[in-house]
Design a protein around this ligand. Structure first.
Ligand code: TNX
Length: 550
């Protein structure tokens, strides 16, 4: 499917920008009656954050007049006997110590005797006990009273997500890495929270421009703030092959040696990739590797002449065109290659999914495309993984259990709805909503505009459950925000395009549809601005969002 270069959303975005420009923060959130006046010496507006002023919006909030204030004697107490709970406790301490200056010792267990063991943040594991019913594997409950904050979850992923909520309930200055003055007060009450969708992803294109392990880790930390649980790495494309494959060493060594614009490129050794997987797991994200095939393969075709139908290797490519390359579907060596690559990548990947691309195969005949996918999907199953493909896979024969990632625009593609009705599950990344590389407005210095201009409201204001006409809501596995990097080469670029849109996609993935409301969302989103400032995240100050003045 060719990309359409319509600009319908241009007018719309401009009108919205004007409408939103001078808006005051009409909040839908009740402010906490227990907050009381700001303490002397506190920053202006230092009333505790209301329990529901969080992104993604929590499923349920019950305020109470019992605020908790972190102090020099606060301890972090974690479920005894759980290494994972301990690690979440250490992570929380790592966030809180630099700005508060408190010791915040992390200890296992707590006293339940009346009046004992107060002044603590507790991370409690419920396992299969009835009190965890309804929380699933990622949900949590956060209870704040005058003596303690307790985060309870069935497993460590829920504790980790609860910790992210707690961060947003503290003053934004808590995110700074130098000592700040408090008070560090959290509103009283209870948050009970579970995700709407199991798959909440973000994709990073490390092929068009290469990003180092350190840069990927920094992005992972930012994704974790918004309860994203999947990092999709676009590891191969025309401009670069970014993962070492032992059985085809030139893929990375030669195919990874450049990038858009002709820079030096780079690739991940297997140890590098494992380190990304490990770090992502420590933030409760699963890595989904993508090897894009049969199109978007110039880097591979340049590395091995035999992969080309005519046996001639093309030169490396450093431009930004798409759709000109294809693996040779009729050649047997193509499937030896695919088998080796999928085997090695699957072996490095603990997650259940492996993405085989399949988009924009404009240089592959339809017949060859179908034949190619018929051969490649079973290889993914052979190595124990579930196939994800871009939604063009639905124009072939999606394997049983396969997942299609939708990147169209208006949800009208019949083959996608038909596949969904026949059991293919969907990840929604509509380009005119979820593509983080689209420009915000016509003056955005980075990005592309082929799917229109996408400001904060356009990106947030849609329903993943009802987007594909004729697809059952139950076919939707979740959402993903892709970040393509033809025009992006630094971490500051990534941040500027991801923020503030990424949190909107994250909220669509996490929050119940009943909480969906642009007017309330923009106020909650505005409250993230000072946090990004504190974290050093370089974001776009969309005129649609009532950011507090700096
Ligand atoms: C389309 S989306 C592509 C990518 C480009 C992107 C740029 C998709 C599956 N393919 O190859 O990088 O547009 O916005």
């Amino acid at each position: 499917m060719a990309r359409r270069r319509i600009r319908l959303s241009l007018l719309c975005s401009l009108l919205l920008a004007v409408a939103a420009g001078a808006g005051t923060a009409a909040t839908a959130s009740p402010s906490d009656p227990a907050a009381g006046p700001a303490a002397p010496g506190a920053a202006a507006g230092a009333r505790p954050v209301p329990l529901d002023r969080v992104v993604p919006a929590p499923a349920s909030v019950r305020p109470a007049k019992t605020p908790y204030t972190l102090g020099p004697h606060t301890r972090i107490q974690v479920a005894p006997g759980s290494r994972a709970a301990r690690q979440v406790g250490d992570y929380l301490a790592g966030v809180l110590r630099p700005s508060t200056g408190y010791r915040l010792p992390v200890t296992a267990g707590w006293s339940t005797a009346p009046g004992r063991g107060g002044d603590a943040i507790r991370l409690r594991l419920l396992g299969t006990s009835p009190s965890g019913r309804g929380l699933g594997t990622e949900g949590y409950r956060l209870e704040v009273n005058r003596r303690t904050i307790t985060i309870s979850a069935r497993g460590p992923a829920g504790l980790f997500h609860g910790v992210q909520t707690l961060r947003q309930l503290l003053p934004a200055a808590v995110e700074r890495n130098t000592r700040q003055s408090g008070p560090w007060t959290v509103s009283g009450g209870t948050v009970t929270d579970v995700p709407r969708y199991a798959y909440r992803g973000a994709m990073l294109d490390v092929s068009r421009h290469f990003f180092t392990v350190g840069q990927v880790k920094a992005y992972i930390d930012q994704l974790a703030l918004y309860k994203i649980n999947t990092l999709h790495l676009h590891l191969s494309d025309d401009q670069g092959w970014r993962i070492a494959i032992d059985s085809w060493p030139r893929l990375a060594a030669y195919g990874g040696s450049t990038q858009v614009g002709g820079g030096p490129g780079g690739f991940y050794s297997k140890a590098d990739y494992r380190e990304i997987v490990r770090y992502a797991a420590s933030r409760y994200l699963t890595v989904v590797p993508e090897i894009d095939m049969p199109g978007h393969t110039n880097a591979a075709l340049a590395s091995y002449a035999e992969l080309n139908c005519d046996g001639v290797a093309p030169p490396l490519y450093t431009g930004t065109e798409v759709g000109f390359s294809s693996l040779c579907a009729p050649k047997e060596v193509t499937y030896d290659f695919a088998d080796d690559v999928i085997r090695e990548v699957a072996a490095l990947t603990p997650g259940r999914y492996l993405h085989v691309g399949g988009d924009e195969a404009h240089s592959t005949s339809h017949e060859d495309f179908v034949a190619f996918m018929d051969r490649v999907q079973p290889l993914v199953a052979k190595y124990g993984k579930t196939v994800i493909g871009w939604h063009q896979l639905t124009g072939a024969r999606p394997a049983k259990g396969a997942i299609a990632q939708y990147w169209g625009q208006d949800g009208s593609e019949k083959e996608v709805a038909d596949a969904a009705r026949a059991g293919t599950r969907l990840i929604l990344s509509p380009a005119n909503r979820a593509y983080l590389d689209m420009k915000y407005d016509k003056d955005t210095p980075l990005g592309q505009d082929w799917a229109g201009l996408v400001d904060a409201r356009q990106s947030y204001d849609w329903d993943p459950g009802a987007y594909i006409k004729g697809a059952p809501a139950s076919s939707v596995l979740g959402v993903e925000a892709p970040l393509w990097t033809e025009t992006l080469s630094t971490s500051a670029h990534l941040e500027y395009m991801a923020f503030p849109r990424l949190p909107g996609i994250a909220e669509l993935g996490w929050s119940p549809s009943a909480t969906h409301d642009w007017a309330g969302y923009r106020v909650r989103l505005a409250a993230q601005g000072p946090r990004w400032d504190a974290l050093g995240i370089d974001y776009y100050r969309s005129p649609q969002v009532p950011w507090p003045t700096r």
